[in-house]
Ligand binder design. Structure first.
Ligand code: GLY
Length: 392
């Protein structure tokens, strides 16, 4: 029988204790952002110069790319801008500029509400991070294109032109308001501000249930402004809480509080956060199932994108509330970020077609982009890491 001396036993106990301890947050942030830099340089190398990454094919695992018209076209350039902000690496700036240029034509696109994702993430981050003045006219044109979708009677921005609805507004649309608030500050045109406030107020009134969960889509009558119907498109059921939609709405109200200073938006964001964080179907590790009411829970797919958006919004929210609440929100955000940084979600170097995260869900009812990487999961993961970094 092998006998260990008391000193060796103490060292073994100490070593074992060390392996159980959490990695210090600042070390984790640096490690994950450094990984993101290498991974995204790799992605820039494999994605054709005139295309943008989108996902990987569900069956073959091959890289799926898009042109600028896909609603996610701004996320890759936006992430490159964030990584340039983190590193100051001129190579990343060149990559960001090259991919941003691909989205430029969308400034004239009046056929979608997604211009915030497309233009603000790409050109907006270029303005904010690198001070590129030449991007501003593109941004302003795009903001006026988006405003063509605002209807005074409804008091909202129309989301989609397809489908059989009269005037569909999806909860995701809250994510475009940051862009229009930028346009208001830049141009002084109060129409932008008024549209954002009206859209936020009507969404608060019509999209949310008493428990602060949200419908995916509300259809409006353009003659009377009345609600014609409420339903889901990407969620499990009309009355369910589609996870990414909850994250979009939450993040949107945090942003609207930051941009307007109006406490009603802060209250809304807090109420949504409390609904989500205390939900019985919120997993212990903080990364939501694709829908909070998915019948297959606990075997339902998780949605890393919903987790990343929620984490980033919670970090910002923590700066607006009393210390005790701030601690709760930050602790939850840190939990999500740690989960997403673990091998359960984060890809191995050079794998996953150079996406950072695995396991997101795009549109499960259509069996499209289920359990795949998505550019917006990566974007909000990077954003959450940068926001945590700024606090540490
Ligand atoms: N905005 C579309 C989605 O979240 O899937």
């Amino acid at each position: 029988m092998i006998r260990f001396s008391p000193i060796v036993i103490s060292l073994l106990v100490l070593f074992n204790g060390c392996t159980d301890r959490q990695q210090p947050l600042s070390e984790l942030i640096d490690e994950q952002l450094s990984f993101a830099v290498e991974q995204y340089k790799g992605m820039h190398a494999i994605v054709p110069a005139d295309r943008l990454p989108r996902s990987t094919h569900m069956e073959t695992g091959e890289l799926v790319t898009s042109d600028s018209r896909w609603w996610c076209s701004g996320f890759f350039p936006g992430s490159l801008w964030y990584l340039y902000e983190y590193t100051g690496d001129e190579m990343l700036k060149e990559m960001a500029m090259a991919r941003t240029a691909l989205v430029e034509e969308e400034q004239y696109n009046t056929g979608t509400h997604d211009l915030g994702f497309m233009l603000n993430n790409a050109f907006g981050n270029g303005v904010r991070i690198a001070g590129i003045e030449a991007y501003k006219p593109v941004m302003i044109n795009g903001a006026y294109s988006l405003m063509t979708r605002y209807n005074e009677t409804v008091g909202c921005i129309k989301s989609w032109d397809h489908g059989n609805w009269t005037f569909p507004v999806i909860i995701d649309n809250m994510m475009n308001l940051e862009y229009l608030m930028w346009a208001f500050r830049e141009t002084g045109d109060t129409a932008f501000y008024d549209a954002c406030v009206s859209h936020s107020d009507n969404t608060m009134e019509n999209h949310f249930r008493d428990d602060y969960s949200s419908y995916h889509l509300v259809d409006y009558d353009t003659i009377t402004g009345e609600v014609l119907g409420r339903q889901t498109v990407q969620g499990y059921a009309d009355e369910s809480a589609w996870a990414r939609g909850q994250s979009w709405g939450f993040y949107g109200y945090v942003t609207m509080f930051r941009e307007s200073g109006d406490n009603k938006y802060l209250d809304q964001a807090v109420n949504i956060a409390d609904f989500l964080l205390s939900h019985p179907n919120m997993p212990e590790d903080g990364v939501p199932y694709w829908d909070f009411n998915a019948p297959e829970i606990p075997d339902a797919p998780r949605d890393a994108s919903a987790g990343a958006i929620l984490a980033s919004g919670l970090i910002e929210l923590s700066g607006f509330v009393a210390d005790e609440d701030a601690e709760t929100y930050l602790a939850f955000a840190e939990k999500i970020v740690r989960t997403l940084s673990s091998p359960k979600y984060r890809a191995e170097a050079g794998s996953n077609n150079y996406f950072i995260l695995e396991h997101s869900v795009g549109h499960l009812p259509k069996n499209s982009e289920v359990d795949v990487p998505l550019t917006y999961a990566d974007y909000y993961f990077i954003e959450a890491l940068l926001r945590l970094n700024a606090l540490n």
